[in-house]
Write a protein that binds this ligand. Structure first.
Ligand code: FMN
Length: 170
């Protein structure tokens, strides 16, 4: 009997690409990016550790999105994206980065399971409007290997962003 295995990763490995390759070589079928560690808060008056569950927002999508875009086509394995998927646009971004699966937790906890129906409807409407016939057609189209400017994912570009931000500082 063969059991498909997906490994849910933390974003805190020293070399994520190296780990991803090693999981693939060890026989994993899928990688789930990323686990969100539970982070309790401190109550300064009571000096207690307070259980505090923060649901994600779409801004949390950026971390798994960048990593899947970097790994897609380089590591022979399926990707699921989890963290920050709240809308059809988020699902589309996940697919274009190279994910096979977009997972939702916070959105469904906040707005109920029926949100899935609305997101699927929005997804179909977007695909019709932009003349996509399948998800396969878009998968990986925004991965680092596919975009016109691969350096947009890299540190050199980050320096450029920081320099352009300087002029907006008081
Ligand atoms: C209440 C709650 C319970 C969770 N329990 C688990 C769990 O048991 N195992 C797991 O891998 N992830 C668990 N997660 C993490 C989610 O599966 C998901 O990876 C994370 O919330 C990020 O996705 P989101 O932005 O859609 O919330 C849990 C998340 C929440 C909010």
């Amino acid at each position: 009997m063969k059991i498909p295995i997906a490994v849910k990763l933390s974003p805190f490995f020293t070399s994520l690409p190296n780990m991803a390759r090693r999981f693939a070589a060890a026989g994993a079928n899928g990688l789930v990016l990323f686990n969100r560690f539970y982070q309790p808060d401190f109550d300064l008056e009571q000096l207690e550790v307070v259980p505090n569950l923060n649901l994600s927002t779409s801004a949390d999508l950026r971390l798994p999105l960048s990593w899947i875009a970097l790994l897609y086509g380089r590591v022979p394995i399926d990707f699921a994206l989890t963290s920050g998927v709240h809308t059809a646009e988020d699902v589309l971004k996940a697919m274009m980065a190279g994910a096979n699966v977009a997972m939702l937790t916070s959105e469904l906890l906040a707005n109920g399971i029926s949100r899935v129906r609305d997101i699927l409807k929005d997804l179909e409407a977007w695909m019709v409007e932009h003349e996509y016939e399948s998800i396969e057609q878009m998968r990986g189209s925004m991965s680092q290997q596919s975009v016109a400017v691969p350096a947009a994912f890299e540190r050199a570009n980050y320096m450029k962003v920081l320099n352009s931000f300087d002029s907006r500082l008081p």
